[in-house]
Design a binder for this molecule. Structure first.
Ligand code: 6R9
Length: 574
């Protein structure tokens, strides 16, 4: 069901939830936010209860929680419907699997209502959920399920073809969402099972520090890291959805991110629903028509998206004039630097300043942002969330003066901070300096007014179309190609995607470079890893620059690409 014009929502009151940034920043205590949750009174903690059941048991019972639209399926679920659906999932999981609190369940499917039922239903059982982006291919899926010893996978029949079941001995049970599914004693039809399950469920209460989500993300070296978040993250997700997203009771909110990425869970699910706010999920692929249509027909009021998407909409030009976007009142961006030219486009075509927000998978929630009540300096990421201490430190962990470029760091211990890298204490510890600072891997500087200005990644991580790609993962895949001898991967600046992936490749003896080979290698990565991880550009070289210890020197590749001086080459082999 779609909202029709005559039900057009009442105007949103003209006030902001965070009225005075400076005053709030000076006095805020996270302990005060705890009083907003039912567990503060009952002692019984579970984020799924706070996001769904609490509203279903209140005057928000029949309020719409979820509008879903992918062009074919158009569905509406109230908070009460969400409670019933998530209870059914929880009952099915309890009946058909051996899952207990702390076990890992993965969800690998396109955005559709069942993804949201499953994620919250599994949390009701105290299970740790690993959401996987549907574009992942076999290698990426295997790495994540294997690393975390996943017991259960919820997916679709077509995506199941990319899951190497025979190499995943710990995986016990698979649930499928779709048509033509044959059930066995380890493969079940999720929605068929749900329809037979009770709508009542006794939630498994957890501790605030118990695991909730496992989001895999890329570093510049090594395999992807499993970033563990705990139920306690709700404190900051709830509060930042008010201060930053400015979510209010009457809002229709649309976060365009997929739950496979942290934005799609923290602010596609928890931020809005912890606040009882109506959320739109648009399925299917990006197209300017579909997106403008969604904004207009659902009367979206608050919209959270990414620079790449905004730039693609900019590229679609005048089309925006065909849509009535007058319901929009607040627009935000995350994932990559927000160019001042995009902010200008926002003002001219949407009638809104786009508000930039900075944070990471590891931070679990907003860190440095532009608030609706605060003056924006275009190009700056804004100021720290009240309750967060952000700063710039040198490599030894000493704070530096304004306008000095250095490591963007946060004083450790905020509510939504990751609590572990799955199974790898050493990689977790490597984030922290002097026991005090979480070091982000981004470089930035602060101006005299306390605004932060992003400069780049300190490491070699690539941000392409808002997605974080580790060069090491792509290089490893390239090396599996029979014709590839060596590979070095960098991010090359791109006007639309922020960066594109460029690979430098040395071929094995006797292999001749050709256009056909380029396509073949690109497809190899697309089908083996993920489409967004495939290099858009490939350049063949006789030899790649390496250190004496054999590490490919990506900064030299980057210097070649950008025509910059190559810097100190003392560690390079002859
Ligand atoms: C939420 C998310 C994190 C990395 C981060 C930084 C880049 C995020 C940004 C930004 C410039 C912003 N990034 N927000 N760069 N301006 N407003 O994106 O998490 O996928 O872990 O990426 O993204 O480099 O370190 P994640």
């Amino acid at each position: 069901m779609q909202v029709s014009d005559k039900d057009k929502l009442q105007a949103i009151p003209a006030y902001y939830l965070l009225q005075d940034y400076e005053a709030t920043a000076a006095t805020h205590r996270w302990e005060d936010v705890e009083k907003q949750f039912s567990w503060f009174h009952t002692g019984e903690v579970n984020i799924a209860y706070e996001a769904i059941d609490r509203h279903a048991e209140s005057s928000r019972k029949n309020k719409v929680a979820l509008y879903y639209d992918d062009g074919d399926r158009k569905e509406t679920y109230t908070f009460y419907d969400m409670k019933c659906k998530t209870n059914q999932v929880a009952n099915v999981l309890q009946d058909k699997t051996t899952l207990v609190k702390g076990d890992r369940l993965f969800i690998y499917m396109p955005r559709q209502p069942e993804l949201y039922f499953t994620l919250l239903g599994a949390l009701k059982l105290g299970v740790i959920v690993g959401p996987l982006f549907e574009a992942f291919m076999e290698g990426a899926v295997y790495d994540r399920l294997d690393d975390s010893d996943a017991k259960v996978l919820v997916t679709t029949p077509s995506l199941l073809k990319r899951v190497p079941l025979d190499r995943l001995p710990k995986l016990e049970t698979v649930f499928l969402v779709g048509d033509d599914i044959e059930e066995t004693d380890s493969v079940y039809h999720l929605t068929r099972q749900m329809s037979q399950a009770s709508e009542q469920f006794n939630i498994t209460w957890v501790a605030r520090e118990d695991g909730m989500l496992l989001h895999y993300t890329s570093g510049s070296t090594g395999a992807p890291k499993g970033v563990l978040h705990v139920h306690n993250a709700m404190i900051q997700q709830y509060q930042s959805a008010q201060w930053v997203l400015d979510l209010q009771e009457q809002d229709i909110y649309w976060c365009t991110a997929d739950p496979g990425w942290v934005t799609g869970t923290a602010y596609g699910i928890f931020g809005p629903w912890l606040n009882g706010v109506t959320t739109l999920v648009v399925g299917g692929r990006f197209s300017p028509q579909n997106w403008y249509q969604a904004l207009a027909s659902y009367h979206v009021t608050v919209w959270y998206s990414a620079p790449t998407a905004f730039r693609m909409l900019m590229g679609a030009g005048e089309m925006v004039k065909d849509y009535d976007l007058s319901s929009l009142r607040h627009v935000l961006s995350v994932g990559e630097p927000l160019n001042p030219e995009v902010i200008r486009w926002g003002i001219e075509t949407l009638g809104h300043r786009i508000h930039d927000t900075w944070w990471m998978t590891e931070t679990g929630a907003h860190m440095i942002c532009n608030y609706p009540s605060m003056a924006i300096k275009p190009g700056s990421m804004g100021k720290p969330l009240p309750g967060i201490y952000a700063t710039i430190v040198d490599d030894q962990g000493n704070e530096v003066k304004p306008y000095t470029m250095g490591n963007l760091a946060i004083r450790k211990g905020w509510p939504a901070m990751m609590r572990a890298i799955w199974g790898n204490q050493e990689r977790y510890d490597a984030y922290f300096l002097q026991g005090e600072w979480y070091v982000s891997g981004d470089s930035a500087y602060q101006d005299e007014d306390g605004y932060f200005w992003f400069q780049g990644r300190v490491d070699d991580v690539i941000m392409t179309a808002g997605e974080r790609v580790g060069p090491f993962e792509v290089e490893s895949k390239l090396l599996e190609h029979p014709d590839v001898l060596e590979a070095g991967v960098i991010g090359k600046p791109d006007p639309v995607r922020g960066e594109i992936i460029k690979a430098f490749i040395a071929l094995r003896e006797g292999v001749a470079p050709s256009e056909q080979l380029i396509t073949d290698i690109q497809n190899f990565v697309k089908t083996g890893l993920a489409a967004h991880a495939a290099p858009r550009e490939i350049e063949f070289k006789d030899k790649l620059p390496k250190t004496r210890s054999g590490k490919i020197m990506r900064r030299v590749l980057k210097a070649w690409e950008l025509d910059l001086p190559t810097g100190d080459l003392s560690t390079m082999e002859d």
